[in-house]
Design a protein around this ligand. Structure first.
Ligand code: HPA
Length: 273
């Protein structure tokens, strides 16, 4: 067995010694969107620092834990605390928890993120169902020896985001009278927000929004055969006439304001499983 597989098995065995149920849904939340975890009827929390082989956050106050429990009658596991490439984690470290979720039995991976917008028909506070992505500006987390036990060397990426789950979200959005957008997320490494020229380039490349997370996790999830559903909350307009700066504070505030809608969509899809 490869070193990666033995590490994954060790991690999964440890988690299963602490929590016996099989989570159906895995949840990874974006900046300002972490409050969703409080909707889970918690059955077990495991701090990242106690989990063998798990990446550990070096940033103070970002301790992080896996939260296991029930949401809408379904077993779920959520990452309270996400690992970003801009923090210095390697793509392999970012991949690890997603693969752990797969081996715990997770079938559907739900992700959220905050993003900057280059589609001028969208506005701050809008929710965008991600229907595709551009990954070429970040490191592909599958570079390196392929783990055949998890997936194929050359994974198909024609449907990174489940069309069935997008359809379900659209129905739910219509019932709730939400004006949901749909579009393409382009991933960058961050941590800089983009220059005006970069936002224009991102638009020209066919993306609607840009952000610093999600895509590496999605590639890993698709490689090992999980369904993916992701929502982006538009927190700032990249393409704009004004000379204002983009701040982390405005990103967090816009994400927080839009979170209840995102939560409702996540919950109603999970309830339908
Ligand atoms: N660019 C990149 N990442 C982001 C942005 C942005 O404008 N807003 C929130 N995350």
């Amino acid at each position: 067995m490869s070193e990666l597989m033995s590490q994954l098995h060790e991690t999964v065995q440890y988690i299963q010694s602490q929590y016996k149920e099989v989570p159906l849904v895995g949840i990874v939340l974006g900046s300002g969107l972490g409050n969703f975890v409080s909707e889970i009827k918690v059955e077990k929390e495991i701090p990242y620092g106690e989990i063998p082989n798990f990446p550990v956050s070096t940033v103070k106050g970002h301790l992080g834990k896996l939260v296991f429990g029930e949401l809408e009658g379904k077993k779920v596991v959520a990452m309270a605390g996400r690992f970003h490439f801009y923090e210095g984690y390697t793509p392999q470290q970012i991949a690890f928890p997603i693969r752990v979720m797969k081996l715990l039995g997770v079938q559907h991976l739900f992700l959220s993120n905050a993003s900057g917008c280059v589609n001028t028909s969208f506005k701050v506070g809008d929710l965008m169902l991600i229907n595709d992505h551009v990954s070429f500006f970040i490191a592909n987390p599958l570079v390196g020896p392929n783990e055949e036990a998890l997936g194929t060397r050359f994974p198909d990426m024609s449907e990174p985001y489940s069309k069935a789950l997008i359809e379900k979200a659209k129905q739910i959005g219509a019932e709730l009278n939400y004006d949901l957008k749909e579009g393409v997320y382009l991933a960058t490494t961050g941590p800089t927000f983009e220059t005006h020229a970069e936002y224009r380039m991102i638009k020209a490349l066919g993306a609607d929004v840009v952000g610093m997370s999600t895509v590496q996790e999605v590639i890993i999830a698709r490689h090992c055969g999980m369904n993916v559903f992701a929502i982006s909350v538009i927190t700032d307009m990249g393409i704009r006439d004004t000379e204002d700066e983009i701040t982390h504070e405005e990103v967090l505030a816009a994400a927080k304001a839009a979170e209840p809608k995102m939560s409702n969509i996540f919950k109603k899809i999970i309830a339908s499983f």
